[in-house]
Design a protein around this ligand. Structure first.
Ligand code: ISL
Length: 556
């Protein structure tokens, strides 16, 4: 246990800068806003801050479209502000992990601007292709492949200048870089070294398992309409392990012990994740997988929501715990800037908001892996509960609405219900600091509405209340720091078929922790023999039955 990497005992906190704290009243969060709120992070006890993109960007996808990797967007501040933030975090014993978005750039990045010229040496830095054989550029279906973009419509955009198309798996303002070209890879690695030399402590790598494409660019199988899922050609593509191993050698070799790397990997399987995180292969420390956040998606995709079946969640998490037990490492998350709020999603954000938020936290944090807390999760912040289309800002949501309205099936009511349940803006409403106007987030007009529940759900109120979600998160984080069983114990699932109770043990050196979570608003009998209570979300201890949304950790 002593020689286990430091991040087995660490908890990471994600800051989405646009929505965290605004220091200058323009309605958008910024770096000086974060600097003013470091006491909150220190009090919570987190070890690492992961900062979503603050680089120069046209903000088509809130900064995940970068036009200069080595500049801070003026909207967020200056490079000096960032250096001050790094130093201030280090002074308090915390690390800073930056977002690395290198599957694509902005179409306004100088590399892409140059690449539009067919004769430029940068032409091959992106995926340029002529129209489909025998078809005129711009004709319906003339795109080089039939792939659908993640944000609706074809994954190819025609550029009139050359009459060729470029690939964009996300928005048309996010052209995909061509990782086949060694000059692209070198440019990325040297940019990464530049940041490490400035003191950053690692990277969260955006959709990093999409960087290697099948160069034959085959069509996908069409299921409806004209477009197809092309993911077989780019999810964990042919050279992905080679590229990540090469990156590790070029960027991290010789200095990895203080660093943390986490690869965001939609569609990654548990077998692949084990390889990616096998320390002997030197690729990444851990990955974000997506299985558990797809369990409530219906046949119509993420906006077609159905209730979670707890057995599916247990089967999924259980499989990941087992597969990465001896080799590799899990990351653990409920929320981030792309997911709805967990207390609204799998809990009860009304009567049992406090109980269900803390139960969900207990179950997640007691697994083996590195937990990630997304800003506001530690307050039990809820979904936005928007009721009108004009309240939404996210490109994925807005494109989905536009397509649904064109297709014209389904009512506005159903459409609004879908985006209210799973839209990404649920996680992007401003951080709720106190009960003052705009929740203390800004003195100006926030770029997206503040959740109406801020007078009761806010950091100031929760700091003053020992029974709050905030203080419960503090206790959970401290438990991981102090108890080697939480960090490194073996995992065994209990009651896998129980429909409402999540139960498991962690074991190390003769100590057993038993973790219980009631995923319902009714009393549930477990029939389990339990030891001394270490942590629980009800003030008074009870017997073997679990009260509504109760969570407990017992030691024996
Ligand atoms: O948000 C999603 C659910 O529909 C995913 O498809 C998401 O786009 C995917 O997880 C990749 O996310 C990352 O890359 C995107 C960016 O929009 C997300 O915010 C980022 O986390 C493109 O850079």
């Amino acid at each position: 246990p002593e020689d286990a990497p430091w991040w087995t005992r660490a908890v990471v906190y994600q800051v989405y800068p646009r929505s965290f704290a605004d220091s200058d009243g323009d309605g958008i969060g910024d770096l000086r806003g974060i600097l003013g709120r470091l006491d909150h992070l220190a009090e919570l006890g987190v070890d690492v801050v992961w900062l979503s993109p603050i680089y120069a960007s046209p903000q088509d996808d809130n900064g995940y479209d970068i036009s200069d990797y080595q500049a801070v967007d003026p909207m967020f501040g200056t490079l000096e502000d960032l250096e001050e933030l790094i130093a201030a975090l280090h002074d308090r014993g915390m690390k800073l992990v930056m977002d690395l978005v290198v599957n694509h750039t902005s179409d306004e990045h100088p590399w892409f601007v140059e690449s539009r010229d067919p004769d430029s040496p940068k032409r091959d830095w992106y995926w340029w292709r002529p129209p489909r054989a025998g078809m005129a550029a711009g004709a319906p279906g003339a795109e080089p492949t039939n792939w659908r973009s993640f944000f609706e419509g074809p994954a190819w955009e025609l550029d009139e200048r050359s009459g060729e198309y470029y690939l964009h798996l996300f928005s048309r303002k996010q052209p995909d870089l061509n990782w086949e070209n060694p000059a692209v890879r070198d440019a990325v690695y040297s940019m990464m070294r530049w940041w490490l030399d400035r003191g950053v402590d690692g990277f969260r790598m955006d959709v990093i398992n999409l960087i290697s494409k099948d160069i034959a660019l085959p069509d996908g199988v069409v299921t409806d309409g004209l477009l197809a899922d092309g993911s077989a050609s780019y999810v964990c593509g042919p050279r992905i392990h080679e590229f990540l191993a090469e990156m590790h050698k070029a960027v991290f070799a010789g200095r990895p012990e203080r660093l943390l790397t986490v690869g965001e990997m939609p569609g990654v399987t548990v077998e692949q994740a084990r390889d990616f995180t096998d320390p002997a292969r030197e690729e990444v420390d851990m990955v974000f997988q997506f299985e558990h956040v797809g369990l409530d998606h219906g046949p119509g995709g993420k906006f077609d929501v159905r209730p979670l079946r707890l057995r599916d969640l247990k089967a999924s998490f259980g499989r990941w715990q087992t597969a990465l037990a001896d080799v590799g490492w899990n990351s653990l998350y409920w929320d981030n800037h792309d997911q709805p709020r967990i207390v609204s999603r799998f809990g009860d954000d009304g009567r049992y908001r406090r109980e269900s938020a803390t139960m969900l936290a207990t179950v997640l944090h007691l697994h083996r892996g590195t937990p990630y807390v997304y800003q506001g999760e530690e307050l039990g912040m809820t979904n936005a509960h928007f009721t009108r289309f004009d309240q939404y800002r996210d490109i994925e949501t807005l494109n989905h609405v536009a397509v649904a309205k064109t297709v014209g099936t389904g009512s506005d009511e159903d459409l609004l219900a879908g985006i209210a349940a799973t839209g990404r803006d649920n996680a992007r409403t401003p951080m709720q600091w106190d009960g003052s106007p705009n929740a203390g987030f800004t003195t100006g007009t926030p770029w997206i509405s503040v959740n109406e529940n801020y007078p009761t759900v806010n950091a100031e109120a929760e700091r003053a209340d020992p029974g709050s979600v905030f203080h419960y998160y503090r206790a959970l984080i401290a438990l991981r720091h102090d108890d080697p069983v939480v960090a490194l114990g073996d995992f065994t699932m209990l009651l896998p078929d129980h429909e409402h109770v999540y139960a498991f043990t962690r074991r190390l050196g003769g100590v057993t922790l038993t973790v219980l979570g009631n995923f319902s608003g009714e009393v549930q009998e477990t029939g389990l023999e339990l030891g001394e209570l270490v942590l629980g979300n009800y003030p008074d201890p009870a017997g073997s039955a679990l009260r509504p949304w109760e969570a407990r950790v017992h030691r024996s």
